[in-house]
Write a protein that binds this ligand. Structure first.
Ligand SMILES: Cc1cc2nc3c(=O)[nH]c(=O)nc-3n(C[C@H](O)[C@H](O)[C@H](O)COP(=O)(O)O)c2cc1C
Length: 354
Protein backbone atom coordinates (compact mmCIF):
# COMPACT_ATOMS: atom_id res chain seq x y z
CA UNK A 1 0.00 0.00 0.00
CA UNK A 2 2.71 2.47 1.08
CA UNK A 3 4.76 1.63 -2.04
CA UNK A 4 1.92 2.37 -4.45
CA UNK A 5 1.11 5.54 -2.51
CA UNK A 6 4.61 6.86 -3.19
CA UNK A 7 4.11 6.36 -6.91
CA UNK A 8 0.64 7.93 -6.78
CA UNK A 9 2.05 11.02 -5.06
CA UNK A 10 4.57 11.50 -7.85
CA UNK A 11 1.99 10.81 -10.55
CA UNK A 12 -0.60 13.24 -9.19
CA UNK A 13 1.89 15.95 -8.24
CA UNK A 14 2.89 16.03 -11.92
CA UNK A 15 -0.69 15.78 -13.19
CA UNK A 16 -2.30 18.42 -10.99
CA UNK A 17 -1.77 22.18 -11.15
CA UNK A 18 -0.62 24.27 -8.18
CA UNK A 19 -3.27 25.66 -5.86
CA UNK A 20 -6.14 26.58 -5.96
CA UNK A 21 -4.95 28.27 -2.74
CA UNK A 22 -2.68 31.23 -3.47
CA UNK A 23 0.93 31.62 -2.35
CA UNK A 24 0.60 35.41 -1.97
CA UNK A 25 3.84 36.30 -3.78
CA UNK A 26 1.90 38.73 -6.00
CA UNK A 27 1.16 40.78 -2.84
CA UNK A 28 4.87 41.46 -2.32
CA UNK A 29 6.61 44.28 -4.19
CA UNK A 30 10.34 44.84 -4.01
CA UNK A 31 11.78 48.32 -4.35
CA UNK A 32 14.33 48.97 -7.06
CA UNK A 33 17.59 50.56 -5.91
CA UNK A 34 19.09 52.65 -8.72
CA UNK A 35 22.32 53.20 -6.72
CA UNK A 36 23.26 49.73 -5.50
CA UNK A 37 26.93 50.71 -4.92
CA UNK A 38 27.90 47.10 -5.56
CA UNK A 39 29.79 45.05 -8.14
CA UNK A 40 28.28 41.81 -9.46
CA UNK A 41 31.20 39.87 -7.98
CA UNK A 42 30.58 41.28 -4.52
CA UNK A 43 27.22 39.56 -4.29
CA UNK A 44 27.32 36.48 -2.11
CA UNK A 45 24.37 34.14 -2.59
CA UNK A 46 25.53 31.59 -0.01
CA UNK A 47 23.40 31.00 3.05
CA UNK A 48 22.89 28.50 5.84
CA UNK A 49 20.07 26.85 7.70
CA UNK A 50 20.20 25.57 11.25
CA UNK A 51 23.95 26.12 11.15
CA UNK A 52 24.34 24.01 7.99
CA UNK A 53 26.09 25.94 5.20
CA UNK A 54 24.28 26.28 1.86
CA UNK A 55 25.98 27.31 -1.38
CA UNK A 56 22.80 29.11 -2.42
CA UNK A 57 19.38 29.64 -0.88
CA UNK A 58 17.37 26.94 -2.69
CA UNK A 59 16.77 23.51 -1.14
CA UNK A 60 15.13 20.61 -2.96
CA UNK A 61 12.36 19.84 -0.53
CA UNK A 62 11.27 16.36 0.58
CA UNK A 63 9.86 14.33 -2.28
CA UNK A 64 10.23 10.58 -2.27
CA UNK A 65 11.71 7.22 -1.33
CA UNK A 66 10.20 4.04 0.09
CA UNK A 67 9.39 2.06 -3.05
CA UNK A 68 11.57 0.21 -5.54
CA UNK A 69 10.11 2.22 -8.39
CA UNK A 70 11.09 5.61 -6.96
CA UNK A 71 14.77 4.76 -6.41
CA UNK A 72 15.59 5.92 -9.96
CA UNK A 73 13.90 9.26 -9.32
CA UNK A 74 15.80 9.72 -6.07
CA UNK A 75 19.01 8.91 -7.92
CA UNK A 76 18.22 11.54 -10.50
CA UNK A 77 17.35 14.16 -7.84
CA UNK A 78 20.62 13.35 -6.03
CA UNK A 79 22.64 13.75 -9.24
CA UNK A 80 20.97 17.08 -9.90
CA UNK A 81 21.68 18.13 -6.30
CA UNK A 82 25.32 17.11 -6.69
CA UNK A 83 25.80 18.92 -10.02
CA UNK A 84 24.21 22.13 -8.73
CA UNK A 85 25.51 22.09 -5.12
CA UNK A 86 21.93 22.07 -3.89
CA UNK A 87 20.93 20.73 -0.48
CA UNK A 88 18.08 18.23 -0.66
CA UNK A 89 15.68 16.35 1.56
CA UNK A 90 14.46 12.81 1.00
CA UNK A 91 10.79 11.88 1.35
CA UNK A 92 9.41 10.41 4.55
CA UNK A 93 11.60 7.48 5.59
CA UNK A 94 8.92 5.73 7.59
CA UNK A 95 8.58 3.13 4.83
CA UNK A 96 12.20 2.06 5.28
CA UNK A 97 11.82 1.82 9.05
CA UNK A 98 8.89 -0.55 8.54
CA UNK A 99 10.24 -2.45 5.53
CA UNK A 100 14.01 -2.60 5.42
CA UNK A 101 14.00 -3.88 1.82
CA UNK A 102 13.18 -0.36 0.55
CA UNK A 103 16.09 1.32 2.37
CA UNK A 104 18.04 1.34 -0.88
CA UNK A 105 15.55 3.82 -2.37
CA UNK A 106 16.83 6.39 0.18
CA UNK A 107 20.47 5.31 0.40
CA UNK A 108 20.78 5.84 -3.35
CA UNK A 109 20.65 9.57 -2.59
CA UNK A 110 23.80 9.49 -0.44
CA UNK A 111 25.52 7.13 -2.92
CA UNK A 112 25.00 9.63 -5.73
CA UNK A 113 25.74 12.72 -3.69
CA UNK A 114 28.42 11.57 -1.23
CA UNK A 115 29.50 14.99 0.01
CA UNK A 116 26.24 16.89 -0.40
CA UNK A 117 23.90 18.25 2.25
CA UNK A 118 20.99 15.85 2.71
CA UNK A 119 18.10 16.10 5.14
CA UNK A 120 16.30 13.09 6.56
CA UNK A 121 12.48 13.25 6.82
CA UNK A 122 9.85 11.73 9.10
CA UNK A 123 6.45 12.63 10.51
CA UNK A 124 5.99 14.12 13.98
CA UNK A 125 4.69 10.78 15.30
CA UNK A 126 8.11 9.12 14.83
CA UNK A 127 9.92 7.99 17.94
CA UNK A 128 13.23 9.67 18.78
CA UNK A 129 15.00 6.37 18.06
CA UNK A 130 13.37 6.17 14.61
CA UNK A 131 14.45 9.75 13.92
CA UNK A 132 18.06 8.91 14.74
CA UNK A 133 17.86 5.78 12.52
CA UNK A 134 16.52 7.90 9.65
CA UNK A 135 19.47 10.28 10.03
CA UNK A 136 21.98 7.43 10.08
CA UNK A 137 20.35 5.70 7.10
CA UNK A 138 21.51 8.47 4.75
CA UNK A 139 24.20 10.09 6.88
CA UNK A 140 22.04 13.22 6.98
CA UNK A 141 23.25 16.63 8.19
CA UNK A 142 19.79 17.51 9.49
CA UNK A 143 16.28 16.11 9.77
CA UNK A 144 12.94 17.52 8.67
CA UNK A 145 9.89 16.61 10.73
CA UNK A 146 6.75 17.12 8.68
CA UNK A 147 3.29 18.21 9.82
CA UNK A 148 0.51 17.21 7.43
CA UNK A 149 -2.78 16.94 9.31
CA UNK A 150 -4.98 17.95 6.35
CA UNK A 151 -3.34 15.41 4.05
CA UNK A 152 -3.82 12.62 6.58
CA UNK A 153 -7.49 13.45 7.07
CA UNK A 154 -8.25 13.40 3.34
CA UNK A 155 -6.24 10.16 3.00
CA UNK A 156 -8.55 7.19 3.65
CA UNK A 157 -5.76 5.19 5.31
CA UNK A 158 -4.30 8.32 6.98
CA UNK A 159 -3.64 8.99 10.68
CA UNK A 160 -6.48 10.17 12.86
CA UNK A 161 -4.64 11.00 16.09
CA UNK A 162 -2.46 14.10 16.14
CA UNK A 163 -2.08 14.49 19.87
CA UNK A 164 1.25 14.77 21.67
CA UNK A 165 3.21 16.02 18.64
CA UNK A 166 4.81 18.99 20.40
CA UNK A 167 6.31 16.98 23.24
CA UNK A 168 7.36 14.28 20.79
CA UNK A 169 9.21 16.86 18.69
CA UNK A 170 11.05 17.97 21.86
CA UNK A 171 12.05 14.36 22.49
CA UNK A 172 13.30 14.00 18.92
CA UNK A 173 15.38 17.18 19.34
CA UNK A 174 16.93 15.75 22.51
CA UNK A 175 17.78 12.43 20.86
CA UNK A 176 19.05 13.17 17.37
CA UNK A 177 22.59 14.36 16.83
CA UNK A 178 21.71 16.80 14.03
CA UNK A 179 19.56 19.97 13.83
CA UNK A 180 15.80 19.48 13.53
CA UNK A 181 13.65 21.49 11.12
CA UNK A 182 9.85 21.32 11.30
CA UNK A 183 7.92 21.79 8.07
CA UNK A 184 4.34 21.90 6.86
CA UNK A 185 3.60 20.33 3.49
CA UNK A 186 1.28 22.95 2.00
CA UNK A 187 -1.15 24.30 4.63
CA UNK A 188 1.23 26.77 6.29
CA UNK A 189 2.16 27.57 9.89
CA UNK A 190 0.48 30.33 11.91
CA UNK A 191 2.33 32.39 14.49
CA UNK A 192 0.63 30.67 17.45
CA UNK A 193 1.99 27.28 16.38
CA UNK A 194 5.32 28.79 15.28
CA UNK A 195 5.73 30.07 18.83
CA UNK A 196 4.96 26.64 20.29
CA UNK A 197 7.35 24.96 17.87
CA UNK A 198 10.09 27.44 18.81
CA UNK A 199 9.83 26.19 22.40
CA UNK A 200 10.77 22.61 21.41
CA UNK A 201 14.42 23.30 20.65
CA UNK A 202 14.12 22.89 16.87
CA UNK A 203 16.51 25.03 14.84
CA UNK A 204 14.32 26.08 11.94
CA UNK A 205 10.77 26.22 10.61
CA UNK A 206 9.83 25.66 6.97
CA UNK A 207 6.45 27.38 6.63
CA UNK A 208 5.17 25.18 3.76
CA UNK A 209 2.15 27.31 2.87
CA UNK A 210 -0.55 27.10 0.20
CA UNK A 211 -0.08 28.00 -3.43
CA UNK A 212 2.06 25.15 -4.65
CA UNK A 213 1.70 21.38 -4.52
CA UNK A 214 -1.62 20.58 -2.89
CA UNK A 215 -1.68 17.32 -0.95
CA UNK A 216 -5.39 17.63 -0.22
CA UNK A 217 -6.01 17.61 -3.97
CA UNK A 218 -3.49 14.79 -4.50
CA UNK A 219 -5.12 12.56 -1.88
CA UNK A 220 -8.60 13.36 -3.22
CA UNK A 221 -7.48 12.41 -6.74
CA UNK A 222 -5.87 9.20 -5.45
CA UNK A 223 -8.98 8.04 -3.68
CA UNK A 224 -11.31 9.26 -6.46
CA UNK A 225 -13.53 10.52 -3.67
CA UNK A 226 -16.00 13.34 -4.18
CA UNK A 227 -14.65 16.19 -2.15
CA UNK A 228 -16.14 19.55 -1.25
CA UNK A 229 -14.09 22.09 -3.27
CA UNK A 230 -13.92 24.39 -0.20
CA UNK A 231 -11.30 22.17 1.40
CA UNK A 232 -8.99 22.38 -1.61
CA UNK A 233 -8.11 25.97 -0.71
CA UNK A 234 -7.61 25.21 2.98
CA UNK A 235 -4.48 26.59 4.57
CA UNK A 236 -2.38 29.70 5.04
CA UNK A 237 -0.77 31.28 1.97
CA UNK A 238 3.01 30.92 1.98
CA UNK A 239 3.73 34.66 2.19
CA UNK A 240 1.31 35.18 5.09
CA UNK A 241 2.68 32.16 6.90
CA UNK A 242 6.22 33.51 6.46
CA UNK A 243 5.32 36.89 7.97
CA UNK A 244 3.34 35.28 10.81
CA UNK A 245 6.19 32.90 11.61
CA UNK A 246 8.90 35.54 11.37
CA UNK A 247 6.93 37.79 13.73
CA UNK A 248 7.47 35.35 16.61
CA UNK A 249 10.65 33.49 15.67
CA UNK A 250 13.53 33.93 18.14
CA UNK A 251 16.71 35.33 16.59
CA UNK A 252 18.59 32.03 16.96
CA UNK A 253 16.07 30.20 14.76
CA UNK A 254 15.89 30.19 10.97
CA UNK A 255 12.91 30.37 8.66
CA UNK A 256 12.70 28.52 5.39
CA UNK A 257 9.98 29.49 2.92
CA UNK A 258 8.29 26.91 0.70
CA UNK A 259 4.96 26.12 -0.91
CA UNK A 260 4.55 27.47 -4.43
CA UNK A 261 8.03 28.99 -4.73
CA UNK A 262 8.24 28.92 -8.52
CA UNK A 263 10.65 31.60 -9.72
CA UNK A 264 13.84 33.39 -8.80
CA UNK A 265 11.67 36.39 -7.92
CA UNK A 266 9.66 34.23 -5.49
CA UNK A 267 12.96 33.17 -3.89
CA UNK A 268 14.14 36.77 -3.52
CA UNK A 269 10.76 37.84 -2.08
CA UNK A 270 10.95 34.94 0.40
CA UNK A 271 14.40 36.06 1.52
CA UNK A 272 13.28 39.69 1.76
CA UNK A 273 10.51 38.43 4.07
CA UNK A 274 13.20 37.14 6.38
CA UNK A 275 13.64 33.58 5.11
CA UNK A 276 17.18 32.26 5.08
CA UNK A 277 16.44 29.55 2.54
CA UNK A 278 13.63 28.48 0.24
CA UNK A 279 12.32 25.07 -0.77
CA UNK A 280 10.96 23.73 -4.02
CA UNK A 281 9.60 20.26 -4.76
CA UNK A 282 7.29 19.65 -7.74
CA UNK A 283 9.05 21.91 -10.30
CA UNK A 284 12.28 19.94 -9.74
CA UNK A 285 10.72 16.53 -10.33
CA UNK A 286 8.73 17.92 -13.23
CA UNK A 287 11.97 18.95 -14.95
CA UNK A 288 13.73 15.69 -14.15
CA UNK A 289 10.78 13.50 -15.21
CA UNK A 290 9.50 15.46 -18.19
CA UNK A 291 12.79 16.92 -19.50
CA UNK A 292 16.23 15.66 -18.42
CA UNK A 293 19.07 16.43 -16.07
CA UNK A 294 20.94 18.66 -18.55
CA UNK A 295 17.83 20.76 -18.99
CA UNK A 296 17.39 20.99 -15.21
CA UNK A 297 21.02 21.99 -14.60
CA UNK A 298 20.83 24.65 -17.30
CA UNK A 299 17.55 25.97 -15.87
CA UNK A 300 19.19 26.11 -12.46
CA UNK A 301 22.19 28.13 -13.65
CA UNK A 302 19.84 30.75 -15.12
CA UNK A 303 17.80 30.63 -11.92
CA UNK A 304 20.84 31.52 -9.79
CA UNK A 305 21.83 34.25 -12.26
CA UNK A 306 18.36 35.76 -11.86
CA UNK A 307 18.58 35.62 -8.05
CA UNK A 308 21.91 37.44 -8.17
CA UNK A 309 20.45 40.01 -10.61
CA UNK A 310 17.55 40.81 -8.28
CA UNK A 311 19.96 41.11 -5.36
CA UNK A 312 21.96 43.65 -7.35
CA UNK A 313 18.76 45.59 -8.21
CA UNK A 314 17.99 45.72 -4.50
CA UNK A 315 21.53 46.68 -3.47
CA UNK A 316 21.81 43.52 -1.34
CA UNK A 317 25.27 41.96 -1.21
CA UNK A 318 24.22 38.95 0.89
CA UNK A 319 21.17 36.96 1.97
CA UNK A 320 21.31 38.67 5.37
CA UNK A 321 21.29 42.17 3.86
CA UNK A 322 18.48 41.09 1.52
CA UNK A 323 16.35 40.53 4.64
CA UNK A 324 16.84 44.20 5.51
CA UNK A 325 15.67 45.65 2.21
CA UNK A 326 12.24 47.30 2.33
CA UNK A 327 9.25 45.61 0.75
CA UNK A 328 5.66 46.65 0.25
CA UNK A 329 2.88 44.25 1.23
CA UNK A 330 -0.50 44.83 -0.42
CA UNK A 331 -3.76 43.03 -1.17
CA UNK A 332 -5.08 40.04 0.75
CA UNK A 333 -1.77 39.58 2.59
CA UNK A 334 -1.93 43.17 3.85
CA UNK A 335 -5.55 42.77 4.98
CA UNK A 336 -4.86 39.48 6.74
CA UNK A 337 -1.68 40.60 8.49
CA UNK A 338 -3.18 43.92 9.55
CA UNK A 339 -6.22 42.09 10.98
CA UNK A 340 -3.81 39.87 12.91
CA UNK A 341 -2.09 42.92 14.40
CA UNK A 342 1.22 42.37 12.62
CA UNK A 343 3.02 45.61 11.76
CA UNK A 344 3.50 45.48 8.01
CA UNK A 345 4.63 49.13 7.86
CA UNK A 346 7.81 47.89 9.45
CA UNK A 347 8.46 45.86 6.29
CA UNK A 348 8.35 49.01 4.16
CA UNK A 349 11.35 50.47 5.98
CA UNK A 350 14.88 49.25 6.57
CA UNK A 351 14.05 48.42 10.15
CA UNK A 352 12.02 45.27 9.74
CA UNK A 353 12.60 42.12 11.78
CA UNK A 354 13.35 44.39 14.74
C1 LIG B 1 5.64 13.66 -4.81
C2 LIG B 1 5.83 14.41 -3.53
C3 LIG B 1 6.04 13.73 -2.35
C4 LIG B 1 6.25 14.42 -1.16
N1 LIG B 1 6.53 13.72 -0.02
C5 LIG B 1 6.85 14.39 1.12
C6 LIG B 1 7.31 13.70 2.27
O1 LIG B 1 7.42 12.48 2.27
N2 LIG B 1 7.62 14.44 3.37
C7 LIG B 1 7.50 15.80 3.38
O2 LIG B 1 7.84 16.43 4.38
N3 LIG B 1 7.07 16.48 2.30
C8 LIG B 1 6.75 15.81 1.18
N4 LIG B 1 6.35 16.51 0.06
C9 LIG B 1 6.06 17.96 0.18
C10 LIG B 1 7.19 18.84 -0.30
O3 LIG B 1 8.35 18.64 0.46
C11 LIG B 1 6.77 20.32 -0.23
O4 LIG B 1 6.54 20.66 1.12
C12 LIG B 1 5.51 20.61 -1.04
O5 LIG B 1 5.51 19.86 -2.23
C13 LIG B 1 5.36 22.08 -1.35
O6 LIG B 1 6.41 22.53 -2.17
P1 LIG B 1 6.19 22.81 -3.75
O7 LIG B 1 4.97 23.67 -3.87
O8 LIG B 1 7.45 23.47 -4.20
O9 LIG B 1 6.01 21.48 -4.41
C14 LIG B 1 6.18 15.82 -1.14
C15 LIG B 1 5.98 16.53 -2.34
C16 LIG B 1 5.81 15.83 -3.52
C17 LIG B 1 5.60 16.61 -4.79
Amino acid sequence: MRQSRKLDHLKYSLALADGPGDSGFADISLIHNCLPDLAWNQIDISSSIAGIPLRHPLIINAITGGADDVAAINKSIAKFAHLTNTAMAVGSQYAALEYTDVKHSYKVVRENNPYGTIFANLGAYATPEEAQLAVEMIDAQGIQIHLNVAQEIVMKEGDRDFSGYLSNISRIVDKVKVPVIVKEVGCGIAREQAMLLASTGIRAIDVGGTGGTNFIAIEAARSQATINPDILSWGIPTVISAVETKSVLPAHMDMMVSGGVRSALDVVKSLALGGIATGMATPIIRMLCEKDIDYAVNWFQNFLYEIQSYMLFLGASSIRTLAETPIVITGHSKDWLTARGIDIMNYATYKKHG
